[in-house]
Write a protein that binds this ligand. Sequence first.
Ligand SMILES: C[S@@+](CC[C@H](N)C(=O)[O-])C[C@H]1O[C@@H](n2cnc3c(N)ncnc32)[C@H](O)[C@@H]1O
Length: 272
Amino acid sequence: MNYRHAFHAGNFADCFKHALLIWLIGALQRKPASILVLDTHAGAGRYDLAAGPAERTGEWRNGIGRLLDDPPPPLAEYVGLVRDLGLYPGSPLLARRKLRPQDRLVCCELHPEDYATLRRNCAPDPQVAVHRRDAWEALGALLPPRERRGLILLDPPYESPDEFDKLAAGLCKGVAKFPAGVFAAWYPVKHRAPVRAFHAAMQASGVRDIVAAELLLRAPLDPARLNGCGMLVLNPPYRFEQEVPPILAALLERLGSREAGEETGMLRLVGE
Ligand SMILES: C[S@@+](CC[C@H](N)C(=O)[O-])C[C@H]1O[C@@H](n2cnc3c(N)ncnc32)[C@H](O)[C@@H]1O
């Protein structure tokens, strides 16, 4: 396990993922019934952008660094939470901030150091459980939740060439155990072929109601660069396809490269 999220914290891909995460949790909270948020690849929880790995790569400067001043309305809640939380918050701390008293957050993180840091960052909290546990195993073991409503965020590091295959298998396993769950899986767009294969695998899986939201900073031609990213959502909440495009447009307007091929996309892969 070589991937350390600290090098990338607050970059454009984190902004995309976290802005959508905030929207998805808010959408599930339109009803008063309790929800579970399961963060299967949780990371360390918070990151100092002014020191260490994040400072060395400086990726955040073209991400959250471009949003902090006067955020556009579709990003205001996300940026407001980042400001309130201080050091750049990862998905677990953002999700925790969104919980209502009746909701729960469960986090899985396998890396020993990031797990230990996450535990410290989540200090004893009756609404939060942190496990040093394999994400793919947890999907079988922790679902369905007692709440019967929930969001599962899958954010693997894409270190191994078969990560898209594991993700497709994990989504199918998770939704088989929890058919009413909202599953949101982040993926990189370096070049098109692996993304097309992943979409095709999900279309062939028999799972219904699948939409992908994408943000491309440039045409995905150079496989050595992170040219964009996407979020594949199973069982997207009501109005996902109407309310997410303004978030994507605001991200592109602030974070775009102005290079050929920059664009946003909403792709309905499988009908309801
Ligand atoms: C992209 S980072 C997560 C970032 C985090 N979701 C956020 O948005 O702040 C991926 C994390 O998954 C962890 N990881 C890798 N393989 C895992 C596995 N099989 N189960 C659980 N965690 C894993 C890595 O150590 C890394 O911290």
